[in-house]
Unconditional design. Structure first.
Length: 290
């Protein structure tokens, strides 16, 4: 009987303890009494309470008794420690100024980097444009020389040259930029007979796989910037004329009859494959104009 009463009493104590704990959750602890790890003010110290001005801007008519008392204390502290508060405000202003200066410096650095990047891109485009112009000039010169060998040149170049050396695959002026010399950054000259010629970067060997539609069209056809001053009809005519000229040059039957006998025999298969590839690409590009 006694043991049963003891167990009942212990049960009542446990219920009271749990009830007290739940009630304590609703207890209001003044701001100044809260510890650094308690509730909404975790991590706040007494010094931090006086750092901001938000608390003093609150309407005291909307405060409870504890908040109003704290509001009075903070206000009195500001008045009695005016110099200390002014120094704190000066440091805050200096810190804000440093942050603003750093932000402005980073923004200016980013702007300058962007401008420099745009300038690099523009210079790269200009270099590429000059390189393509020089390659096209080389392409036309080499075709004029090839036609002269076949006796289809203009004026004194119209005589066939039976003693001309046989052509290799790379001697043929293919309609892509990498098949032609790059213009050197500094002009150099070499003596050729009685005249001087520019010495460019030597031509590189190419393969049939490099004779793609993109490579051929970007080389033969003018870019949008170069044709900006032309109307649509003029653009279409120029495109059609350039493609037709190239197609006539690389037509398999015409090329076979005009030049194949001057190509090295061991190069015939490779040259015929490349001529067929170029002809198909040009035929496709011409078909896109219809």
């Amino acid at each position: 009987m006694f043991r049963q009463k003891m167990f009942d009493a212990m049960g009542d104590d446990e219920r009271l303890d749990s009830l007290e704990a739940r009630l304590n959750d609703f207890a209001q602890v003044p701001e100044r009494w809260r510890t650094a790890g308690s509730g909404a003010t975790a991590g706040k110290t007494r010094a931090n309470i006086y750092d901001g001005d938000e608390f003093l801007t609150m309407d005291p008519r909307l405060m409870d008794e504890e908040e109003y008392a704290e509001w009075i204390r903070v206000g009195m502290y500001r008045k009695t420690h005016a110099e200390e508060y002014a120094e704190q405000q000066r440091k805050k202003a200096a810190q804000a100024a440093r942050k603003a200066e750093e932000k402005a410096r980073k923004a200016e650095t980013a702007r300058l980097e962007k401008v420099a990047e745009e300038e690099r891109k523009q210079k790269k485009l200009e270099r590429e444009s000059r390189r393509l112009d020089y390659a096209r000039e080389e392409y036309n010169k080499r075709w004029a020389a090839l036609l002269a060998i076949a006796g289809e040149g203009v004026g004194e170049n119209a005589q066939p040259n039976a003693a001309a050396a046989l052509l290799s695959f790379d001697d043929i002026p293919w309609p892509i930029a990498i098949a032609h010399r790059d213009k050197p950054e500094k002009r150099r000259h070499t003596k050729v007979g009685d005249r001087e010629e520019d010495v460019g970067v030597p031509r590189t060997s190419i393969s049939v796989e490099e004779l793609t539609a993109d490579a051929i069209s970007s080389f033969l056809l003018p870019v949008a910037a170069a044709a900006a001053d032309m109307d649509n009809a003029a653009k279409k005519k120029e495109r059609k004329d350039k493609l037709r000229e190239a197609f006539l040059r690389f037509h398999p039957d015409k090329f076979e009859g005009r030049f194949m006998r001057r190509v090295k025999k061991e190069e015939w298969e490779n040259v015929r494959e490349a001529i067929g590839q170029v002809s198909r690409v040009l035929n496709s590009l011409m078909g896109n104009d219809d």
